[in-house]
Design a binder for this molecule. Structure first.
Ligand code: CU
Length: 402
């Protein structure tokens, strides 16, 4: 474009000065920009000072955050003004410093930078954050869940990289518009059949494996010959978990929600002999015997909670008015896991995985996996929920049995 100044960028500055003096309001805008920059710099310095002060004492108003917001608004304004200035110069002088740029090429390069840069960081992040992944599964069914996940990733990850490389190859290949028209083919039965089969096989395989594997923690596991079994109950309420273990009879007794009250926090029906020896430990931890098939009955006293045992790949909702269950076989004790990970303070964890209210974060518990003997030893130190003679409750026909 041939403008008032030709193509020479050297003459732009003097012209800009003359232009600015003619357009006084524009000078005012420029000065305003400079002023903003000054305010911004001062605000940054003050923000740093205030942040230091706040570290020592809690302030009522977050001045530091407020000033940082001002700095951002001011930065955006300056960028906006710079663009507007260039636009006005082009309009009034006819001189366009970017006229000789190949815009398609610039756009193509920027896209390549964003796209390939993004792809690079995605792959880099996968390895960079690998140490934060959960350790190998500590339950039997969890190993199959991990296997399913690894299997899916083994072909979706290369596909992710391949598709992105192809996408950005297309941008590079077609940027200059030499080839504008895509080849259009009405039907290609062979290609369609081949792609249908290629896509169906992994999808069907994942579905079949998924139906089998995901049933295991819910109802799909039976005790092996000679395998110990244990049934416990976990009851969620705002904001804690209560754990109930069976006593010497290895059976959990009846309960009914109408019996909840006073010290009977779980609504146990103490006319049921099976309930009389049930154990409700005061300690905020769960003990599980290694190698045993543990069935956890889950219920909630108030709102929706969620039982999440990440190290065991076990997860189920605690729904008010509904009995849920989940089963697992812990494969490694806490002591062995600490040794294996080289972390002497490692603990398995139970968490509520449902944002259930203000103190949701309180619903965490340590899970101790130990040998059957250690588990029995620990249980023997815990007292039954109530002495049977103290609680005489009317027998309720509607009592639920686990
Ligand atoms: Cu909760």
């Amino acid at each position: 474009m041939q403008g008032a100044l030709g193509h020479s960028g050297m003459k732009l500055l003097p012209y800009l000065c003359r232009y600015m003096s003619r357009m006084r309001w524009m000078s005012a805008v420029g000065l305003l920009g400079l002023g903003w920059a000054q305010i911004g710099a001062a605000a940054k310095a003050r923000a740093a000072e205030i942040a230091l002060e706040q570290a020592q004492q809690a302030a009522a108003f977050d001045w530091s955050g407020f000033l940082w917001k001002l700095v951002w608004i001011e930065t955006l304004l300056i960028v906006f003004l710079a663009f507007r200035l260039i636009q006005l110069v082009v309009r009034y002088t006819g001189y366009d410093p970017f006229a000789r740029w190949d815009r398609d090429k610039v756009n193509m390069r920027l896209w390549m930078l964003v796209g390939l840069g993004g792809l690079f960081f995605a792959v880099w992040g996968t390895f960079k954050y690998a140490p934060l992944y959960l350790p190998a599964s500590a339950s039997e069914h969890g190993k199959l869940i991990d296997g399913l996940r690894d299997g899916i990733i083994s072909f979706t990850y290369p596909a992710f990289i391949l598709v992105h490389l192809m996408l950005f190859y297309m941008i590079w290949r077609y940027y200059n518009g030499k080839v504008r028209q895509a080849v259009y083919e009405e039907t290609h039965h062979g290609l369609e059949r081949a792609s249908l089969i290629a896509i169906s096989i992994p999808v069907v395989a994942i579905a079949i494996a998924g139906i089998y594997i995901w049933s295991l923690p819910v109802h799909g596991q039976k005790p092996q010959e000679g395998q110990k079994t244990l049934e416990i109950e976990l009851v969620a309420e705002q904001f804690q978990w209560r754990v109930r273990y069976p006593g010497a009879d290895y059976k959990l007794g009846r309960y009914h929600y109408t019996l909840i009250g006073g010290e009977n926090v779980l609504g146990l029906d103490f006319t049921d002999p099976k309930a009389q020896d049930d154990i409700l430990p005061a300690a905020k931890e769960i003990h599980l015997p290694v190698g045993a098939l543990v069935t956890i009955h889950v219920r909630s006293k108030d709102v929706l909670h969620s039982l999440f045992l990440p190290h065991f790949r076990t997860h189920i909702y605690a729904v008010p008015g509904q009995k849920n269950q989940v089963m697992l076989v812990p494969t490694i004790t806490t002591k062995e896991m600490r040794r294996k990970l080289g972390k002497p303070d490692f603990d398995f964890e139970l968490a509520c995985n449902q944002l259930c209210g203000g103190a949701h974060y309180n619903m965490r518990m340590k899970v101790v996996v130990e040998t059957w003997e250690e588990y029995q030893q620990w249980l023997s130190t815990q007292k039954p929920a109530h002495a049977p003679s103290e609680q005489v409750t009317e027998i309720r026909k509607s009592s639920q049995t686990l």
